[in-house]
Design a protein around this ligand. Sequence first.
Ligand code: ADP
Ligand code: MG
Length: 702
Amino acid sequence: MNTTEIFGNFGNMVFADREMQSRLPKETYEALKKTIARGSHLELDVANVVAAAMKDWAVEKGATHFTHWFQPMTGVTAEKHESFITPSKENDGCAILAFSGKSLVKGEPDASSFPSGGLRATFEARGYTAWDPTAYAFIKDRVLCIPTAFCSYGGDALDKKTPLLRSVQALNKQALRILKLFGDTSTKTVNVTVGAEQEYFLIDKNTYLKRPDLIYCGRTLFGAKPPKGQELDDHYFGAIKPRVSEFMKELDEELWKLGVFAKIKHNEAAPSQHELAPIFTVVNTAADHNQLTMELMRTVADRHGLTCLLHEKPFAGVNGSGKHINWSLSAGNANLLEAGETPSGNARFLLFLTAVIKAVDEFQDLLRVSVASAGNDLRLGGNEAPPAIISIYLGDELTQILTALESGKEYKNTEQTQMEIGVTCLPHFPKDTTDRNRTSPFAFTGNRFEFRMAGSAASIADACVVINTAVADTLAEFADTLEQAPDFKTALSQLIKATINKHKRIIFNGNNYTKDWEQEAASRGLLNLKTTVDALPFLVHEKNIALFLRQGVFSESELHSRYEIMLENYCKVLQIEALTLIELIKKELIPACIAHQNELVKLIKNKANCGNLQFNTTLEARLLEKLSDTAAGLCDRLEELEGCVAACVGGFSTPLETAQYYRDTVLAKMQSLRESADEVESMLGRRCLDLPVYGDMLYGVG
Ligand code: ADP
Ligand code: MG
C-alpha cells in the first residue's frame, strides 16, 4: 500500500460525522447532532433511522455482527457479539439483516459476572448498556462496535465511562460560568482534552509462552538480573529493530483506520520497552481510543510472533511502564491553559491555572487513589516513576510569577513589571523552560498538565474523572465568589492571591526522586500514600464523598462499591501472584535444583569410583554445598508463603484487613522467596531449567 492509500484509509472503519452526514436524512442528522450537543435522549424514530444507516454502512464494510462495547470495572473492555441475521417475515427460511433503533440505544447483557461491588445482586443479573452518541461507532474485526455506558437497573454506574461523562458535564458547567464572568457568552461547551502516552513491552511470543508468571500475572515473579539492563541508556530513542518496526507500522495503520491519531512512536528506557503517543482529543474519545490502542497492541503483536506486555512492572531491575495523561481544557479553539496575548487572556489563564493547583492540593488523596493498583505499586517511587507523593511542577518562571502575584512584589526576571492580574501581560514562557522535570507527578508543560502517575494497564478514565471533578468543584467555588463580587477585577485578583497563598505547598520544582523531598513533603503536610491499600480508604472519606455528590459524578453507594471492587481486585491479584510463584517454584525451580544436585552427587561418586584414578572434586563439592544451602532457604521461604496464603482464606473480617494482610505479609514473603529463587536460578546451568531467563525475555526480539 502506498502512503496515499494508507492515509486515505484514515477513519474508514468509523461511523463518524462525515459518514453520518452523507448517509442520514437531513432531519435525522440534525436531530442526532442536537442530541449529542445537549446530551439529551434520542427519540426512537430517530434511533431507528440511524441504526439502519449504521447497519448498511457496517455491512458494506464486511461486518456481520454488532456489539455494545463497554468498559466495566475490570478495567478492560467488554463485548458480546450479536449477528445482524433475522428470519425474514415470510418465514421462508431466508435471513434478512436487521438492526433496530432499540438495539442501538440499549442493550441488556447478562452481566452477572462483572464486578459490581454489591450494587447488583447476582440474581438480578440485568445490567444495561446505553449508547453514548458522543462517541462514534466503529468496526473492529467485522463487528460493529457501539460505544456504550454500562449501568445497573437502578441507574448506578457499573463502568468507567459513565462517571467520566458525568465529570465532563460537571466541568463544562462550571467552566462556562467562569467564562461568562470574563464576558464570554459565545462559548457553548468547554471540553476536556487529553493525550495519553502509552508505554509497553514487546517480547518474543514463544518466550512468553514458556513463562507461566507472564501468562497468569503479566509480570515475572522471579528471575535473576541479566548482566545488562538499562544502564547504558542505549535503548531509549534507539533505532527500532526491524521486527518491532513492522509491528509498529501495522499498529499505526490499524489505529488510523479506527480514527485514532497515533502520532509518535519510539523506544523507551528499558530494553524491549516502547511508547506510542496519539494526538490529543476530547477526553471521552481519548479514553475509548486508549482502550482500543491497548487491545490492538496485543492483537497486532500476536500476528508478528510477539507479545505485548502492558503490566506496570513486568521485570524487576528495569523501568516499568506508565501512561502519561496530558490534560487541558478547551473552549472552541482556545486552550484555557495557554497564557493569552492580552491581559484579560492572562487573567483567565491564571484563574484556570490556580484552580488546578487548588484542586490537586485539596484532592491529592483522590489522585493517588485514581492510579492505585497492585501493579502500579511496584513502580511508583522506584526512581523510574514519580513517587506516591503528589506535587505540581510549574517551572521556575511561572512559579516566580505566581510568587510575585501573591506578594504583590515586582516580577524581576524578564521585564521589570509590577504584576497585576488583568492588567499586565504575562511574559511568554516557551514550552522548553517548563518541560524539563521528568520526575514530577503533575507537571505543567507550557499549555497543559501532564499527570505521570497512571499505570500502563489502567483506564485513563479513572484519573480523568478525579481531575475533572476536582477542577469542576474548584471552579464552582471560584464562580460562587466572583459572581457575588461588586468589582470583578479586584475580587479576581484577591482570589488568585489567596489561592496561591493557601495551596503553594503543592508546588515543587525539584527532583521528586530524592529522600530529601520525601522529608520536605512531610513537613509541608503533603500525603505520601505509598501503597494501594494506604490510598483506597480515601475514596470513601467524607470530604471526597461530598465532592462527588456535589458534582453529581458518583453517588455514595457507587463510591462504596468501587472501593470494594478495588480492594477485592488488589487481593485477588496478589493471591494469583502468590499461587503462581508457589507453583513455579515447585514445578520448575525445585525439580531443576534437585536434578542438578543429583548430577553433582553422581559425579562426585563416579569420580571417587574410577579405580585407581584420583580426581579433584572441589568444584562439584562447592557447587553442591552452595546449592543445597540456598535450596534449603528456598524451601523454608516457600513453606512460609504457602502458610500465609492458606491463612488468608476466611481469616479476616473486613476487605481492608485482608488487603493489608496481602500487602504486609503475602507480598513481603513473595519478595523474600523471590530473592532465594533468583539466587538458585543464577546457580543453575542453562540446560537445567526449562524457563527463559531475564536476558532471553529482555533481549529476545531479533
Ligand atoms: P512528551 O514526551 O514531551 O511528554 P509527547 O509529544 O510524547 O511529549 O506527548 C505529548 C502529548 O500531549 C501528546 O499526546 C499531545 O497530543 C498531548 N497534548 C498536546 N497539547 C495538548 C492539550 N492542549 N491537551 C491535551 N493534550 C495535549
Ligand atoms: Mg510525556
